[in-house]
Ligand binder design. Structure first.
Ligand code: NAI
Length: 246
């Protein structure tokens, strides 16, 4: 019960890594706030959290829409009176090689994966400062650190997230707020399942562990980094990638 009593917000919690993180937070005793583009998408997550007997709240939040984020923060404060953890998980891909990438696809990925992280963090920190601490965890990627064919926009956001993580760790440490990023490798979720089979086989083969990651592999990292056991860790990027870049 590493997160007993803590209130954790997870963006993009309807499926994939965000959903697995919501379940892991519940297992570790957290009170879980799940949000995604609409409430219908969150039904599966909510049903499972109910089965687990978790304390939960759900919100329709688009991370590019500052008003919906603020409404969620205000409502969570009204209901539970604190926010201990924010997992900035929501993200998308819109892949194309540089020569073919549409400007609209560049802007969209920046808006969700980079500015969305800024939006959510900016809205929770007044409360974290007020209560004397908190944890912000940001979804980076192995692709942010090393680049990837066809992912100009995505790689830019995931590298940008690392810059924001380190900056916020410096700015907010005095307020007891820790800020870290997780850089997953290739994790079997709907986002990755749309990649060609041969590319996934290649990634599997490149990893010394000879497998792709599971959403739970990442959820465990998010749970541990949010816990007091990671109390002296801030401004870091934790690779959870099966050694795929070794
Ligand atoms: P996914 O596509 O399975 O799930 C993403 C969730 O985010 C969806 O439920 C979606 O509705 C939600 N979402 C999308 N746009 C949103 C918005 N504007 N506002 C709120 N929610 C929104 O993705 P997956 O694989 O679970 O990835 C989660 C995070 O982890 C992403 O930031 C991704 O970039 C990152 N990541 C994933 C890797 C992988 O191999 N699956 C590898 C490295 C990083």
């Amino acid at each position: 019960m590493k997160l007993k009593g803590k209130v954790g917000i997870i963006t993009g919690a309807a499926r994939g890594i965000g959903q697995a993180t919501a379940y892991q937070y519940a297992r570790e005793g957290a009170r879980v706030v799940v949000c995604d583009l609409n409430l219908e998408m969150l039904q599966e997550t909510l049903d499972e959290l109910t089965k687990m007997g978790a304390d939960k709240l759900a919100y329709e939040v688009d991370v590019t829409d500052r008003q919906t984020i603020q409404q969620m923060v205000d409502d969570v404060m009204g209901q539970w009176g604190r926010i201990d953890v924010l997992v900035n998980n929501a993200g998308i891909t819109a892949d194309a090689q540089l020569k073919k990438m549409a400007e609209a696809d560049f802007d969209k990925v920046i808006d969700i994966n980079l500015k969305g992280v800024f939006n959510c963090a900016q809205m929770v920190i007044p409360q974290m400062i007020e209560q004397g601490g908190g944890v912000i965890l940001n979804a980076s990627s192995v692709v942010g650190v090393y680049g990837n064919f066809g992912q100009t926009n995505y790689a830019a956001t995931k590298w940008g997230v690392i810059g924001m993580t380190k900056t916020w760790a410096k700015e907010l440490g005095k307020n007891g707020i820790r800020v870290n990023a997780v850089a997953p490798g290739f994790i079997l979720t709907p986002m990755v399942q749309k990649m060609p089979e041969n590319v996934l086989d290649m990634m599997k083969d490149k990893s010394p562990l000879k497998r792709l990651g599971t959403p739970e592999d990442i959820a465990h990292a998010y749970a541990w980094l949010a816990s007091d056991e990671a109390g002296f860790i801030t401004g870091t990027v934790l690779s959870v990638d099966g050694g795929v870049v070794l």
